[in-house]
Design a protein around this ligand. Structure first.
Ligand code: 5SP
Ligand code: FE2
Length: 227
């Protein structure tokens, strides 16, 4: 049985009380804080930077998973590592030198990952598997919370799971497979069955009145998944 991790995206949190919102989802049983960084260049939206990461760092011991939707990547990746990020992922199309960017993140002491948009082919991971700690598949086009899950992502997840399992069997190294966009209580089991082990959920958690009830319901769905 795979370990399943739930990663609320603070993009849908109430920014007027962000610290409380981070604490609330962790107290409600979440495993990871997903931190969406958008630059109004690589994606048409603008969110939060390293200063906000630094501000929430003392609030929780849970890993902060920084999803960089920015171009260029390297300078900001280094700044987020300094600000206390644990995991930093970026979109391969946004980096001129993917291997170098992965190196910048790893040398700064963080776990590194690549993010695949719905139409981005998985071959970007081929020659850098040894530097990857996470593969993140977008199940919506990046830039906004609250979008609908793109069903074609399920086949892509199965293919990513196959590649990661083959790599792990060969090397003994684990790579997390995260899914991001439109994850809800009613589709999380199907997404897990297709291969994901880490589930970003923004609106599905933060737009509900009882975060614990929502996270418990997600875990109950995950408990039904047969591998
Ligand atoms: O990276 C992104 C969007 O670009 C996400 O992390 C969203 O924040 C997920 O939001 P929901 O689809 O779960 O509402
Ligand atoms: Fe994200």
């Amino acid at each position: 049985m795979r370990n399943f991790r739930i990663a609320p995206s603070i993009l849908s949190a109430n920014f007027a009380k962000l610290g409380e919102e981070v604490r609330a989802v962790i107290d409600a049983g979440a495993d990871i804080i997903h931190f969406d960084v958008m630059d109004n260049h690589y994606v048409p939206n603008l969110t939060i930077g390293p200063m906000v990461c630094e501000a929430i760092r003392p609030i929780t011991q849970a890993p902060i998973d920084v999803h960089l939707m920015v171009k260029p990547v390297d300078t900001l990746a280094a700044m987020f590592a300094k600000a206390g990020a644990d995991i930093i992922t970026f979109h391969p199309e946004a980096s001129e030198h993917i291997d170098r960017t992965l190196g910048v993140i790893k040398e700064a002491g963080c776990k590194a990952g690549l993010v695949f948009n719905p139409a981005t082919p998985l071959h970007y991971m081929d020659y850098v598997m040894d530097k990857l700690d996470m593969v993140l598949l977008m199940s919506v086009n990046p830039g906004f919370g609250g979008q609908k899950f793109i069903p074609g992502t399920l086949d892509k997840l199965r293919e990513a799971r196959r590649r990661i399992d083959e790599y792990t069997a060969r090397t003994g190294r684990e790579i997390w497979l995260e899914i991001d966009g439109g994850v809800k209580i009613d589709n999380i089991a199907e997404i897990a069955a297709a291969g994901a082990d880490t589930f970003v959920a923004g609106s599905a958690i933060y737009n509900t009145p009882d975060y614990k009830a929502t996270i418990d319901a997600m875990r109950a769905e995950l408990a039904k998944v047969k591998e």
